[in-house]
Design a protein around this ligand. Structure first.
Ligand SMILES: [Zn+2]
Length: 208
């Protein structure tokens, strides 16, 4: 039962409506949370993992069908990916694509990348569309690891498996928000359930 609920939830992840669609600005298209099994009580929403307001996100490109946004407020309303992030973007897309297609069997079109200046937001889930912050991928040294820049001192000991494990858990965290908005016991339950369900596929990526 739980397994099919989880798989259904992954499949229900969507590509967000175009930002040019005025209707999207009022955020009325957000579907209600999925029905939770009776054994799990509904919890109230919280502001944590809060999506960046849609008005601030500007679509600046699309790589392999994954849309890329910048937080306009953070970058003086310049509608382009800051140049320091441009070489890192394909590396992040690569990690997200591998996780979406080979682990979660999720259309990469349901994924979105964004970059901001200093929020604590690693990723967020808006109406079952998943957004991942490129800034964290770079700041955590993951771009260096995936790009093969092993001389960078701050990534000593970090491997590709660590990078994939990190973003795998971020996927699980955000997919759990398909069921529960808050960060509570129910969210923890679903995050663990997603991890258990898809972990073996993650491990297969690194089996020789
Ligand atoms: Zn969250």
């Amino acid at each position: 039962m739980l397994r099919s609920s989880l798989q259904q939830a992954v499949k229900s992840t969507v590509q967000q409506p175009s930002l040019r669609d005025a209707q999207f600005d009022v955020d009325i298209n957000e579907p209600p949370p999925m029905q939770t099994p009776e054994s799990v009580k509904p919890f109230s929403n919280s502001g944590a993992c809060a999506p960046i307001p849609v008005q601030r996100l500007q679509l600046v490109g699309r790589v392999d069908n994954i849309e890329v946004f910048v937080d306009m407020q953070a970058f003086n309303n310049v509608p382009m990916l800051p140049t320091e992030y441009q070489p890192m973007l394909p590396l992040f897309i690569q990690v997200l694509r591998v996780l979406s297609t080979r682990v979660f069997q999720l259309d990469a079109g349901a994924l979105h990348v964004f970059v901001d200046r200093d929020s604590p937001i690693i990723a967020f889930n808006r109406g079952r569309a998943l957004f991942f912050n490129l800034r964290f991928f770079v700041a955590l040294g993951h771009a260096d690891v995936v790009g093969g820049n092993s001389s960078a001192s701050h990534i000593a000991g970090l491997t590709q498996a660590d990078v994939y494990a990190y973003w795998f858990m971020t996927f699980c965290h955000e997919l759990a928000h398909h069921f529960v908005h808050a960060h509570d016991a129910a969210h923890g339950f679903y995050m663990s359930a997603f991890a258990e369900e898809y972990m073996s596929k993650l491990i297969k990526l690194f089996r020789k």
